[in-house]
Design a protein around this ligand. Structure first.
Ligand SMILES: Nc1ncnc2c1ncn2[C@@H]1O[C@H](COP(=O)(O)OP(=O)(O)OP(=O)(O)O)[C@@H](O)[C@H]1O
Ligand SMILES: [Mg+2]
Length: 488
């Protein structure tokens, strides 16, 4: 007895160590120093160094806070940020990139989509629920990856059981289920069965049986449920019908015919779900949201009541949304279907163009909750040139990769890229400044013909875009203001 306990004890210790190790690996990722974060951001975003710095500091501060001892830790508030800048200059892009760097649950919401509690529309608490759902999915997928090998083994066994049902021992010792005994008198039926199973297993693993059809008993979870909920329904309130009825009703089993390859996918999912401890997943996920969640609130300026309101009566609904936002940003507890989630240490990044209204038009309490303000610059010709060529996901690289799939090398001459950047800046100035988004529309216009004619009409292995080609494609449109308004 004592010995056994000891073994269990050491086993637990080992497991705990392992867990601690994987946790520390997790935090290494988010341990990037502020300057390292900026270096990472530089790979994707051109310029905007002030915004990058602020965001990097906020992120690092959050990690710093986690290192602080208990009492003080709860006192330290996140550095919520407002990013101010014209459209298409990288606000959303910066927020999206840092969420990946921090390996943190991240959602983007539009402030203008929310309405006051009691009105038709989304209530602000839904963003915390959504973030929690996301976090649960992230953690669940991580856990499922960890048990993948075991789940695959179980799946193979289940498929083998279907292909070759296990022997049933009947009362008088004779067995059913195989006819092997006549061909091979020395082997017992059980041995024959075991050998056949080994053979089948090898075939199964090699994929030789992938196309064979089998019949499966699937639990109802794997059968897509009819989506009966409207745009705002019970789901929004954190109530999940499946959860309620799924537990009340006996688990339904349904027979389905699938190829082994398909069946494997379904079964691996089912087996992994069985192997993970959902309660632990939820606990970790909620913790992850509370300590490292990021909510990006776009278009915050649209709910800032303008001080120039002509009508005389203040815009009730806008201010109402701000008032609803306040407790969430200040820190409150939101009830989700995974239990209560505290929003105190979630990082909020708000952004807006603030053309008409100003940050000072927000209600003072809300302003106070976003202590850091950064301005992003509007982008010019030189920035566009860099955006086209430098980022890891630069547009030109994207199109090159697209055409590579048709075995075509797409090339841009230096002056062609410069010309595209120049025209983008020109159109932005003359028509409407939509920032780097202009590059998308211009580049698709330049490349449209090529993209259409490949692969059947244009049979070349190399296409080079030079300045002349760019001018040809764009000049007439740029010169005609009305046309460029629609096309570029
Ligand atoms: N500084 C930049 N460097 C690289 N790419 C950029 C930059 N700014 C914008 N882009 C590109 O332009 C597109 C739009 O940018 P983004 O979504 O960040 O705009 P935004 O500032 O959030 O604008 P809005 O106020 O309209 O939401 C993105 O696809 C992004 O890749
Ligand atoms: Mg945006």
């Amino acid at each position: 007895m004592i010995k056994e306990e000891k073994i269990n004890g050491t086993k637990n210790l080992k497991e705990r160590k392992k867990k601690a190790e994987s946790n520390s690996q997790d935090s290494i990722k988010s341990q990037l120093t502020p300057s390292e974060i900026v270096v990472e951001l530089d790979k994707y975003i051109i310029g905007q160094s002030n915004a990058k710095k602020s965001v990097a500091i906020a992120l690092r501060n959050r990690w710093r806070r986690q290192q602080v001892k208990d009492n003080m830790k709860d006192e330290i508030m996140p550095n919520n940020i407002i990013m101010i800048g014209p459209t298409g200059v990288g606000k959303t892009e910066i927020a999206r990139r840092i969420s990946r760097l921090a390996n943190a649950p991240f959602i983007k919401v539009e402030a203008s989509k929310f309405t006051e509690v009691g009105y038709v529309g989304r209530d602000v608490e839904s963003m915390i629920r959504e973030l929690t759902d996301l976090s649960v999915n992230i953690v669940k997928n991580e856990r499922m990856k960890e048990v993948r090998i075991k789940a695959e083994e179980n799946t193979d066994e289940r498929i083998l059981d279907i292909l070759l049902p296990p022997l049933k021992k009947s009362g008088n010792g004779t067995s059913t289920g195989t006819s092997g005994e006549h061909q091979n008198p020395e082997l017992s039926p059980a041995e024959v069965n075991a050998r056949t199973r080994e053979k089948l297993k090898a075939q199964l693993k090699s994929g030789a049986l992938d196309k064979r059809m089998i019949e499966l008993d699937l639990s109802a979870d794997n059968i897509p449920m009819l989506q009966v909920l409207g745009p705002i329904g019970l789901e929004e309130m954190g109530i999940n019908l499946n959860d309620i009825f799924g537990n009340m009703m006996p688990k339904k089993q349904k027979k389905r015919k699938l190829s082994i390859a398909e069946a494997r996918k379904v079964l691996v999912h089912e087996e992994s779900s069985k192997l993970i401890d959902m309660d632990a997943v939820i606990k970790d996920a909620v913790e992850k949201v509370q300590n490292s969640g990021i909510v990006f609130i776009d278009e915050i300026d649209k709910v800032a009541g303008s001080s120039h309101a002509k009508s005389g009566n203040p815009d009730v609904s806008r201010e109402g949304v701000q008032r609803d936002l306040l407790p969430i940003v200040e820190g409150s507890t939101v009830i989700t279907k995974y239990g209560p989630v505290k929003s105190d240490h979630i990082l909020f990044i708000a952004s807006g163009a603030f053309h008409i209204s100003k940050p000072s038009d927000l209600i003072p309490e809300l302003q106070g909750r976003f202590p850091i303000r950064v301005e992003l610059n509007s982008l010019g010709e030189d920035d566009f040139y860099k955006i086209l060529t430098q980022p890891q996901n630069a547009l030109i690289k994207q199109y090159k990769a697209l055409l590579k799939s048709e075995n075509i090398d797409l090339d841009f001459s230096e002056d062609a890229i410069k010309e595209i950047a120049r025209i983008a800046a020109e159109v932005n100035e003359q028509v409407e400044n939509i920032g780097a988004r202009r590059l998308h529309t211009i580049l698709t216009t330049v490349l449209e013909e090529i993209l259409f004619e490949v692969p059947d009409k244009l049979k070349k292995s190399k296409v080079t875009i030079d300045k002349k080609y760019v001018t040809e494609k764009l000049d007439s449109i740029v010169k005609n203001r009305d046309l460029s308004r629609y096309i570029l």
